[in-house]
Design a protein around this ligand. Sequence first.
Ligand code: SF4
Length: 236
Amino acid sequence: MPDPPIPPHPSLASTLRILRHYYGKPPAPISTDPFRLILWEQVAYLVPEARRREAYAALRSTVGLTPAAILGAPTNTLHAITRLGGAIAAPIRAARLRHSAELVLGHWKGDLKRALRLPLPQARRALAAFPMIGEPGADKILVFTGTARLLPLDSNGLRVLQRLGLVKEVRDYRTAYRGAQAALTPRLPRTRDALIGAYYLLREHGQTLCRRSAPRCSECPLRPGCPTGRSRGHDT
Ligand code: SF4
């Protein structure tokens, strides 16, 4: 009996359609303000999303989300809030909140939106200079603020696309990330909301089913078109 036909290679659009159907509507971003998006990254570390939301809400209600409010907050208050966002490096993250506020006030006259008006490579460098942001974090902010049209990817989303064969697997993370951006440019969703939705869907898939170790391929809705999932046989 002949082998069953191999399903066609997935496209980014079909992948996102399937994930949207499986996971439902992605959440709206917490903010479209660049400084607030930086605070969102720094206030918590390696905790579930709900805990990050709790820490961010505490920062908003107890201190405020402007650079001046962060700089005016007592150190103990900032520590208590970053501890809410996880035990790892909580005092360091509190110092990073303060350092970021200083950077905005000292470098951007209190308004980080000024950085978004620079040519894209310079805007990316300006955002990546903030603690815990880096290039992928800067790209995420550029998309969430409607400044750039690219696909923001965290390590989860990148892994999903690599396993699907939509971008190349490269050992070095920075090279892999840049290669993925170049490969995806011609096939990006058109709108900002669709790009943000794609970020959340790929991240969620990488966190729940397509996990770094022991991906749950047998439960995955993408398996028929996924070369990695098919190669893993029927026992995963
Ligand atoms: S089939 Fe497996 S490897 Fe492929 S996307 Fe799904 S979980 Fe990831």
